[in-house]
Design a protein around this ligand. Sequence first.
Ligand SMILES: Nc1ncnc2c1ncn2[C@@H]1O[C@H](COP(=O)(O)OP(=O)(O)OP(=O)(O)O)[C@@H](O)[C@H]1O
Length: 290
Amino acid sequence: MQRDLRLIAVGRRYGIRGPWVLRGVDLTIAPGTLTRVEGANGTGKSTLLRLLARLDAPTEGRVTGRPRTAYVPERFPAALPFTPLGYLTHLGTVHGLSRPSATRAAGTWLERFGVAAHAGTPMARLSKGSSQKVAVAQALLGEPELLVLDEAWTGLDAAARAELERAVAERTAAGGAVVFVDHDPRRLAGAPDATYTVLDRGLKHRTEDGSPPAGPLALVAVRGPAGGGLPPDAARTVTSVQETGPGSYRLAVPVSHSDVLLRVLLTARPPWHVVSVTPPPEPPDPESRP
Ligand SMILES: Nc1ncnc2c1ncn2[C@@H]1O[C@H](COP(=O)(O)OP(=O)(O)OP(=O)(O)O)[C@@H](O)[C@H]1O
C-alpha cells in the first residue's frame, strides 16, 4: 500500500431522512497497520468497514486513497455456481495470475484453511464454516493492500481462526493494512496499532482513555548483522524492540504474530539467528480455581 486511506468528515445515513449512522468521522489508515474497530450492536461498525472498503459511498465528506482492497463479510454468499478451487482459480486470474499460478495459489489457501478436501465440492453444498474459509481464502489470494474483515472469524474452527490471525500478521508485515471487527476481545490481542470504538455516530480512539488492551506477548532474542538494523517486515510485526548489544535484540511480539516474525528473520539475507523464544505465561486455568 503506497499511501494512506483517509476518511475526511465522513457521514453516512440510509435514506434521505434516515438517522445519521456516522457523522464527522475522520480516520487515517496507514500502510502496514492493523486497526481494530469495536462498538455495541448496530452502532455502525459494518457501515464504517464498507466505507473503508469503498463498497459504499459516504452521504457527506470524502474518502481519499485507493488501495487494492479485499473484504470479507460475516455472511458470504455460499450459493455460487462454482467449486472452491474453480472459484479461487478464477479470482486468481482476475488478479493477474496465470492459470497454473492461480490454481497453485488457490490450492495453497484451501490447504492452509483446512478445506482442501472440499476443493471440488459445489459451493452450494459446503457447510457454513467451509464457505467462510473460502470467503477468507478469496480475500487473501490477491495479497490485498487493504484487507477489511467484518467478523470474518465467525464460523471458523480453531485451526482456521489461528491461520487467519497468521495471515493478518503476514499482510501487515508485507506493508498491507488490515482493519477488522470481531466480537472476541482476545482476537489478535496486543497486535492492533489502533483501536477505535464506534460511539454516538463518531469514532473514539481507544488509547485516548489510556487503557490499550494488553495481549499475550512472546519474547524473542535474536542476533543479526551488527549495525544492520531489524528487517523492515520484522519491525512492523513487533510491539517493542530492545537492543541488547551490537546486532542483538530482544523483541516482544503478539503471539498471533510470532510465526511470521520468525519466518521473516530466518529467511532474511543473511538470515538472523534466533537465540531464544519465550512464550507468554499460560493464563490461569479458571477450572483449577478452588
Ligand atoms: N443497507 C442499510 N439500509 C438501511 N439501514 C441500514 C443499512 N445498513 C445498516 N443500516 C442501519 O445502520 C445502523 C448501523 O448498522 P451497522 O450494520 O453498520 O452496525 P454494526 O455496528 O455493524 O452492527 P452489528 O454489531 O449488529 O453487526 C443500524 O441501525 C442498521 O439498521
